[in-house]
Ligand binder design. Structure first.
Ligand code: SAM
Length: 165
């Protein structure tokens, strides 16, 4: 498969999972967390499909398109290894939905970070909240769900946060 085809499939999977998740959290109150603003494409999509939700964005370096910049009060700048911890006391409410899209050019470093993301994210989430991720999160309290039809398993990941304490 060409890199272009692979990129297109990844974007289609990302959109399908975000659209599915937006419906899945319809009855769960709470903000949305976007981990990795990047160019701002998925942030822009989230605010379009969930216009009534507050969206908090975690990013260490702002490089987004000018039209996809979150308002300053919703931007949490710094390394998520630190900011997800401080966010526990900063966020006004636990989140209904989180999207993890933190890829870096260093695949090894991302794999190492991925081992921690689930644990850092879980305390910020509502019970039954949904996490959509471009990386597998290995946390027992996160229940792995099937991805929407058309999304190849392993291309994107969806989890429901266990309601059990
Ligand atoms: C693939 S891009 C995100 C793309 C974005 N979702 C979009 O649709 O345009 C990944 C982003 O994650 C950010 N990032 C990677 N590791 C991070 C970390 N440890 N803490 C905070 N941000 C991080 C990078 O700076 C980069 O902007």
């Amino acid at each position: 498969m060409s890199r272009l085809d692979s990129f297109i499939r990844r974007m289609l999977a990302q959109r399908a999972c975000l659209n599915w998740a937006a419906e899945a959290v319809a009855d769960i109150a709470g903000p949305v967390l976007e981990l990795g603003l990047g160019n701002g494409r998925t942030y822009d999509h989230l605010r379009e499909i969930l216009p009534e939700r507050d969206i908090y964005v975690f990013e260490r370096e702002i490089r987004a398109h000018a039209l996809s910049l979150p308002p300053e009060r919703y931007l949490i700048l710094g390394d998520i290894a630190d900011t997800l911890i401080s966010a526990v006391s900063l966020l006004p409410a636990k989140a209904a939905l989180a999207h993890v899209d933190l890829g870096t050019s260093d695949a090894g470093a991302y794999e190492a970070l991925a081992l921690r993301i689930g644990w850092l994210l879980k305390p910020l989430m509502k019970p039954d909240g949904i996490i959509v991720s471009n990386v597998c999160l290995r946390v027992s309290e996160l229940i792995s769900l099937d991805t929407p039809s058309g999304v190849k398993p392993g291309r994107y990941y969806i989890y429901r946060v266990s309601a059990a304490r």
